[in-house]
Design a protein around this ligand. Structure first.
Ligand code: ADP
Length: 426
């Protein structure tokens, strides 16, 4: 296996975002939850190793990131990509700067970029200042973030405070002139002793020019936007086919089920639409708290209905109903009870022959993925923006393949649970 692009993301959803961008740009991509311990397949162009290193102590973040890099290097990766948030979330001590410098040292590299720009999501950089929509980052909601408040929009200053090396700026007037001008500016900055270039970017065209100018850098540090501009480099070098269909998944077959532990507004509509068309089973948190065998009942019910078509098992409820549950059981306790039940139900459904599973809810997805022993996801076709079909990678080589769609609460159109199946091969 030769991985072309090896990515290290500092959180899971950021990793998913990047993986989705790479697939769209034509690279066959796998997202791993932590450093892989198992074979991940061999027809893969990009690997995203998702860590939880955004707000951990810097020494820990460095250690985990270096372990991820070692894995990516042994997989043959030609370029490393350290992915952080498009709002450059970090504390005064890091972790973006210290992790970037540790990765550069390990790669023997003296120069990289820092570019969190993501114009499609209104994150732009001008004269080194990061904007969130129409506001400077420091005037946006990010100034009140509970973990990583951003009080300075100058990326040069923010990064300089985190690193030993020197930070410079590649200004918009240069970026506008295109790839060659950006390369020249990088060379000039290096000649001045700079190790980092914060790069201005206002549009996807800018990201393409910057991406092209980064072709020879051992390490790129960026938000997910720059992912748009990197695959072209591998194509130009003859390493990536032009006509590659990157989102093809191996067919899984198997029965179909939806699990919903999300109470978000979009999910409520999706659950209503599914209930109108298919058999459904409600998981009642009060029954769980009473110690009833809700998991057993749900699986016995599923066994009766699932051969006839997709089934829905849900705890989704209105805000009033959720409040009533939380008032009696406590919010955390209720959440854990429901998540544990869905984890067991998911395992039971796979035992019944489910090979295509949709899970609604971020926390719920986390619990299900863990229970199923899924350690990575091969990214497939997008159902709605931000929600692709994936096939789970597990440590158990004998496990049957499982297609998974992990849907965050507010994503997806009202018919999401109905239309999703048609995006799968079988
Ligand atoms: P979302 O992506 O919509 O935020 P999550 O799964 O992340 O969904 O979070 C929903 C939380 O609410 C989970 O912890 C889940 O267990 C819990 N939950 C689901 N249904 C109920 C319910 N009826 N009453 C109380 N809590 C619930």
């Amino acid at each position: 296996m030769t991985v072309l692009l090896g990515c290290i993301a500092d959180d899971f959803t950021g990793g998913t975002d990047l993986a989705g961008m790479l697939v769209k740009a034509g690279m066959r991509t796998v997202q791993m939850i932590g450093v892989p311990q198992e074979p991940i397949g061999d027809d893969i162009d990009a690997v995203v190793i998702a860590l939880k290193s955004r707000t951990t102590p810097a020494a820990e973040a460095i250690e985990e990131s270096l372990a991820a890099l070692r894995w990516l290097q042994q997989a043959g990766c030609k370029q490393a990509y350290f992915k952080y948030c498009s709002t450059f979330d970090s504390t005064a001590k890091g972790n973006i700067g210290p992790v970037a410098e540790a990765l550069m040292d390990a790669l023997g590299s003296k120069f990289t970029i820092a570019c969190p720009a993501f114009p499609a999501n209104n994150r732009t950089i001008y004269k080194g200042y990061l904007f969130a929509g129409d506001q400077l980052l420091s005037e946006s909601g990010m100034r009140n973030h509970p973990l990583t408040p951003m009080n300075d929009a100058s990326l040069v200053r923010v990064l300089q405070a985190q690193v030993k090396g020197k930070v410079g700026l590649a200004e918009y007037s240069t970026v506008l002139k295109g790839e060659a001008a950006v390369r020249e500016r990088f060379a000039a900055l290096q000649a001045e002793g700079c190790n980092f270039a914060v790069v201005d970017a206002l549009s996807n065209d800018d990201l393409m020019s910057i991406g092209a100018a980064c072709a020879d850098l051992p390490l790129v540090t960026a938000g997910s936007g720059i992912a748009l501009g990197l695959p072209q480099n591998f194509r130009r070098a003859g390493l990536l086919a032009d006509d590659l269909v990157a989102d093809t998944l191996p067919p899984t077959g198997g029965l179909r089920a939806v699990i919903s532990g999300s109470c978000s507004i979009a999910t409520q509509g999706q659950v209503a639409a599914m209930r109108a068309a298919h058999p459904s089973f409600n998981v009642d948190p009060f029954e769980l708290a009473r110690g009833s065998d809700v998991v057993g009942a749900a699986l016995a019910w599923a066994a009766q209905h699932i051969n006839a078509g997709p089934v829905l098992i849900y705890a989704t409820a209105t805000p009033e109903a959720v409040k009533a549950v939380q008032a009696q059981l406590g919010a955390e306790q209720a959440g854990n009870l429901v998540e544990d039940a869905f984890a067991a139900i998911a395992k039971g459904l796979v035992g019944l022959g489910v090979g295509q599973l949709i899970v609604a809810g971020g926390e719920t997805s986390g619990a299900v993925v863990k229970a199923l022993g899924v350690s990575g996801l091969r990214i497939g076709p997008e159902i709605d923006p931000g929600v692709p079909w994936t096939v789970g990678i597990t440590r158990d080589a004998s496990a049957r393949p499982l297609a998974l769609a992990l849907k965050s609460g507010n994503f997806g159109t009202p018919d999401f649970f109905l239309k999703a199946w048609s995006r799968l091969a079988s």
